[in-house]
Design a binder for this molecule. Structure first.
Ligand code: NAI
Ligand code: ENO
Length: 366
């Protein structure tokens, strides 16, 4: 039996472990986490088979090692792994949101008889901990791999095979390109989201209604600010150079926009928003329902054939009519992947109760 050793049993480590378990029953899954309660919970939830009492104990004899800790911890753990007698040809990977520092550190610290392939599943949520882990968290999401230039295809394929159960789309790129892209689409937006929350909070003394009224758009654009502050602190520190460049670009952009507003240049403001709208509307992830509906329920389900009939079957049993049903493929921005539309709020509430009665799927109303 091959051994997979997980270091860090939170949302991402737990989700990967579940996806491997779902795909294969001939791997021994061993886990370690500095938080005892996470390890115990992982064992109780059957996310792992065995608990290792230390990194050394789990790493010796492991065929695969998956590091799923905040990125600065990943650096420390790589140093620790460098001092342990690892199995020849072991494949080590991580899931960190930054790649350059981690890949460079792995090159420096790990022995030549093991392989390190950087990894980053590009999906997740603002939730933490193994309790939020799901086997289907990465379904349809991009999963970036950053192997060294001279890495054998066989090793990359072995890792892809291990991670097959994630049902993610693998993309290979170099760590610099990865950090630039994620800097733009993930790390910098996190900074903006957090800064908008601070701006609202700072103005609350003068306008106490802010908190109650900050629903809708404000909630949407700031959702990611609820992410784990340790994880995000580490990401910013790792990607400092690229984020510094993005700060400069952003400040220039804000100055340009500020000038348009100060000069009351309606034409330029319109063009600015119009261009942004055109680009945003052309993004591939979102698929809009054919029927416009205001009473939507999102159900977080695995994307398998028959899932729609399963859900509609329960609703039919309870005589609840729906106006539209659709699988949304992107897991970012939205919590549930199945969108069901109803004619009234009453129907939607009934459906919510019905799905909770027959299934364990999580439901959300946006
Ligand atoms: N949360 C998200 O949406 C995504 C996160 N990532 C990356 O995944 C990694 C893990 O994030 P999450 O699973 O969300 O965080 P999490 O907070 O749910 O889990 C991290 C786990 O690592 C453990 N840990 C911390 N230091 C450790 C150490 N020295 N030894 C052993 N265990 C240790 C913690 O106790 C915790 O259980 C981070 O590097 C993050 O950048 C990647 C994609 C998405
Ligand atoms: O909550 C969300 O929408 C996210 O953006 C989750 C996320 C966080 C960190 C990553 O490196 C990738 C995805």
């Amino acid at each position: 039996m091959k051994k997979v050793f997980f270091i860090g049993l939170g949302l991402i480590g737990g989700s990967i472990a579940l996806s491997i378990k779902k795909e294969y029953d001939d791997y021994e899954m061993i886990g370690y986490d500095i938080q005892d309660d996470q390890t115990k919970m992982a064992k109780a939830l059957n996310v792992i088979d065995e608990v290792a009492s230390s990194i050394k104990e789990g790493a010796e004899g492991a065929d695969f090692i998956i590091l799923s800790t905040p990125v600065e911890q990943t650096i420390c753990i790589l140093s620790e792994l460098g001092k342990i007698k690892l199995k020849t040809n072991a494949i080590i990977t991580d899931v960190g949101s930054t790649k350059k520092k981690i890949v460079e550190h792995a090159k420096r610290t790990l022995p030549n008889h093991v392989t390190f392939i950087g990894g980053h599943p590009m999906a997740g949520s603002h939730k933490s901990g193994v309790i939020a882990a799901k086997a289907h968290l990465f379904e349809n999401a991009f999963y970036i791999l950053t192997p060294n230039e001279n890495e054998s295809e066989e090793n990359v394929n072995q890792l892809k095979a291990l991670l097959k159960g994630t049902k993610a789309q693998f993309v290979v790129m170099n760590p610099e390109e990865h950090d630039y892209i994620t800097g733009i689409i993930s790390h910098f937006p996190h900074i903006i989201a957090a800064s908008l929350v601070h701006q609202a909070e700072k103005n609350e003394d003068h306008f106490p209604l802010i908190k109650r009224m900050a629903a809708g758009g404000f909630r949407d654009i700031t959702r990611i600010a609820s992410g784990n502050p340790i994880m995000w602190r580490d990401i910013l520190l790792h990607n400092k150079n690229i984020i510094s460049k993005l700060f400069e670009q952003w400040i220039e952009e804000m100055k340009k926009l500020q000038k348009m507003v100060q000069e009351e240049n309606g034409h330029e403001i319109y063009t600015y928003f119009h261009q942004a709208k055109t680009y945003r509307d052309g993004l591939p992830e979102r698929q809009k329902g054919a029927i416009p509906s205001f009473y939507d329920l999102y159900v977080d389900v695995p994307d398998y054939p028959g899932v729609i009939s399963e859900i509609t079957g329960y609703l039919a049993k309870e005589n609840i009519s729906i106006t539209n049903i659709q699988i949304i493929e992107a897991r970012e921005e939205i919590y549930g992947v199945l969108r069901i539309s109803f004619q009234s709020e009453h129907d939607r509430d009934q459906a919510n109760q019905c799905i909770k009665k027959y299934t364990n799927y999580e439901t959300f109303i946006q």
